[in-house]
Design a protein around this ligand. Structure first.
Ligand SMILES: *Cc1c(COP(=O)(O)O)cnc(C)c1O
Length: 372
C-alpha cells in the first residue's frame, strides 16, 4: 500500500522536537494568543515576505475574514475558479456575496486571466485566484486586470506555502493572502489552523479584531466578529515545522521531476506543466489520463492511494445550484474534472515507491484499453 500522504513518516523524523515544544506550552499555562502565536506570526511574515501575518483557526476563516475586512458582502460579486476546494466559494457565501466562476487554463488548472475579464460586471468587487496544487497563478496578468478594474485580490494560498512567482512568494501580490495549516497541507499543524498575509496596517488591525470578537481592546466590541484564534499548541508545532518547509518543498519538487521522467514514455499521461519563472511546491502531483474513473478504481485495488481533487467542480455542486451555472458553462473545468488524478506525493516518498506507482499506473492504462 502506497498512501497519497503518510503523516506518520514525517512525525518519525521530527516527533521528538514537536513533543518538546508541545510540553513547553502545556507547562507554560499560556494557551491562547501567547508567545508562540506572536513568534509564529513574525516568523511567517519574514518567510513569506509581507509586512504582517495574522494567525487564525483555519484557511476557511482566513478567506472569510479577508472578505469581511475588505467590506465585501451582500450584492457584491467575487470572481474565482470552480476547480478548487469548496472553502473558497463557501467563504464568499458566508459573507453574503455571490461567487462568479471563470474557467481554468487546462495546462495549469488555475484560473485563466482572459476568462476573468469576461466575467467582470459593475458588481464585481474582488478576484480570488487559487494557487491550486501548489502551482502559482499568472499573477502579473491577474494584478493587471485588478488594477484596471479597481478590484481587490485575495490569494487562496492554502495549497501553496513557499510557492513563488517571479521570485516572490504567493500571498504577497494581492491585498490579502490566505493560508491553511490543515494537517495534510505542505505546512500542516496537528489540528486546524490558518493565516492571513497582508501589507496594510489598517487591514491587519481589522483582521486582528475580527478574529477575536470584533474588538481590538478586550471587552470593547466594535463589530460582529468571530472566535478564530490559532492556539499556542498549534503555533508551537508549526514553528518547529517551519524550519523544514523549504527542505520538504524541495523534496516534493524532486519527486515531481522523477514522476515526469517515469511517465515521459507514456503519451496517455499528461504530466503537470509549470508556468515560466515559478516555483511550484506540488501540494499535489496531478496528471490527466483517459478513462480516469476506471483507472482510479484499478489503482485503489492495486494499493495505490490515488485521489480525485476534486470529483465535482463547484459550479455543479448542489450548494451553488441556485446560481444557475449548468453543465457546459465552464468547459475546461468540466473536462479536466473528469481527467485529473493525484498520485502519492509527500517529502518522505521513496524512489522505489514512485517507480511502483508509475509502473502500476502505466499498466492500468494499458489494461483499460484492452477491456474497453
Ligand atoms: C485546504 C483549503 C482551504 C481551506 O482550509 P482549511 O484550513 O481546511 O479551512 C481553502 N482553499 C483551498 C484551496 C484549500 O486547499
Amino acid at each position: 500500500m502506497i498512501p497519497i500522504l503518510d503523516s506518520k513518516r514525517q512525525y518519525a523524523t521530527i516527533g521528538s522536537e514537536i513533543e518538546k515544544a508541545v510540553c513547553e506550552v502545556l507547562r507554560s499555562g499560556s494557551y491562547i494568543l501567547g508567545p508562540n502565536v506572536k513568534a509564529l506570526e513574525a516568523e511567517l511574515a519574514k518567510y513569506i515576505g509581507c509586512n504582517y501575518t495574522v494567525s487564525l483557526n483555519s484557511g476557511t476563516d482566513a478567506l472569510h475574514l479577508a472578505l469581511r475586512a475588505l467590506d465585501i458582502g451582500a450584492g457584491d460579486e467575487v470572481i474565482t475558479t470552480a476547480f478548487t476546494f469548496v472553502a473558497t466559494t463557501e467563504a464568499i457565501g458566508i459573507v453574503g456575496a455571490t461567487p462568479v466562476f471563470a474557467d481554468i487554463d487546462p495546462d495549469t488548472f488555475n484560473i485563466d486571466p482572459k476568462e476573468i475579464e469576461k466575467r467582470i460586471t459593475p458588481k464585481t468587487k474582488a478576484i480570488i485566484p487559487v494557487h491550486l496544487y501548489g502551482q502559482p497563478c499568472d499573477m502579473d496578468a491577474i494584478m493587471d486586470i485588478a488594477k484596471r478594474h479597481n478590484l481587490y485580490v485575495i490569494e487562496d494560498c492554502c495549497q501553496a506555502i513557499g510557492a513563488e512567482y517571479k521570485g516572490q512568494k504567493v500571498g504577497t501580490f494581492g491585498d490579502i493572502g490566505c493560508y491553511s495549516f490543515y494537517p495534510t497541507k505542505n505546512l500542516g499543524g496537528m489540528g486546524d489552523g490558518g493565516l492571513i498575509t497582508v501589507n496594510s496596517e489598517n487591514l491587519k488591525n481589522r483582521i486582528v479584531a475580527l478574529r477575536n470578537h470584533g474588538g481590538a481592546i478586550r471587552y470593547h466590541h466594535d463589530e460582529i466578529g468571530v472566535n478564530s484564534r490559532l492556539d499556542e499548541i498549534q503555533a508551537a508545532i508549526l514553528r518547529v515545522k517551519l524550519n523544514y518547509i523549504d527542505k520538504w518543498n524541495k523534496l516534493r519538487r524532486e519527486h515531481a521531476k522523477t514522476y515526469n521522467e517515469l511517465f515521459a514514455s507514456c503519451p496517455d499521461i499528461q504530466t503537470p506543466k509549470e508556468l515560466d519563472n515559478t516555483y511550484c511546491v506540488y501540494h499535489q502531483y496531478t496528471v490527466k489520463i483517459p478513462n480516469r474513473d476506471n483507472i482510479h478504481k484499478m489503482l485503489q485495488e492495486a494499493g495505490i492511494g490515488a485521489m480525485l481533487y476534486y470529483p465535482i467542480p463547484l459550479h455543479l455542486q448542489k450548494v451553488h445550484a441556485h446560481l444557475g451555472w449548468g453543465k457546459g458553462t465552464l468547459p475546461n473545468t468540466e473536462k479536466d474534472t473528469e481527467m485529473v488524478i493525484s498520485l502519492p506525493m509527500f517529502p518522505e516518498l521513496t524512489l522505489e515507491e514512485q517507480k511502483t506507482v508509475a509502473s502500476t499506473l502505466i499498466n492500468c492504462i494499458e489494461k483499460s484499453k484492452t477491456v474497453a
